[in-house]
Design a protein around this ligand. Structure first.
Ligand SMILES: CC(C)(COP(=O)(O)OP(=O)(O)OC[C@H]1O[C@@H](n2cnc3c(N)ncnc32)[C@H](O)[C@@H]1OP(=O)(O)O)[C@@H](O)C(=O)NCCC(=O)NCCS
Length: 154
């Protein structure tokens, strides 16, 4: 299995993976158009030509990025695919010089494995809410917010 930056041809499989879990209420759905527009944010893990996992790091501001759309195929879970994806997103944030990464999730325990800690959603800067206005759950968000501080080179 191989971690790489997502390519255009991976998008239909990424879309299927994300929306499979979204239908089960485990994460937010993403339309195809949004995945295409943000393709540069995404990492995938592939087994041969099959996309078995994906995750995105989306830059919000000079000091803030979000990890989103983390999904691993059910038959490939518990094999550290999710870990590979989160580590890639955090390394990307570090390389960019971004000091804080946050996520909104129903699986806080998973993110806590990677030095994320829970915060009150209201502590997140207002600029992260731009996307929330489009969420079907807004304003009754039941996701948990977590942040991870990145040690950037001085
Ligand atoms: C959550 C998810 C991404 C985890 O991926 P995975 O490849 O199975 O996870 P890994 O095998 O890399 O696990 C890494 C560590 O996290 C732990 N972990 C995995 N899922 C967890 C969960 N739901 N809660 C708490 N810990 C979890 C593992 O036990 C492992 O811990 P260890 O290092 O102490 O052994 C995967 O289950 C998934 O895609 N779920 C459906 C979609 C979803 O909920 N996405 C996340 C929210 S956006």
């Amino acid at each position: 299995m191989k971690l790489e930056k997502a390519k255009i041809n991976d998008v239909p499989e990424m879309h299927k993976l994300i929306n499979y879990f979204a239908e089960k209420g485990e994460m937010l759905a993403r339309p195809l158009s949004e995945i295409y527009e943000n393709i540069r944010d995404f990492f995938v893990v592939k087994e041969g030509e099959r996309v078995i996992g994906c995750a995105a790091l989306h830059v919000c501001w000079s000091d803030l990025a979000e990890v989103k759309s983390v999904a691993v195929a059910e038959d490939k879970q518990d094999q550290k695919v999710g870990a590979k994806l989160i580590e890639a997103c955090l390394a990307d944030a570090k390389a960019l010089g971004i000091s804080t990464v946050f996520c909104l999730t129903y699986k806080p325990g998973f993110f806590e494995k990677f030095d994320f800690s829970q915060v009150d959603k209201m502590e997140l800067p207002r600029k992260v809410w731009t996307e929330c206005y489009r969420c079907p759950k807004f304003p009754d968000c039941d996701e948990v917010a977590l942040i991870c501080r990145i040690k950037t080179e001085a």
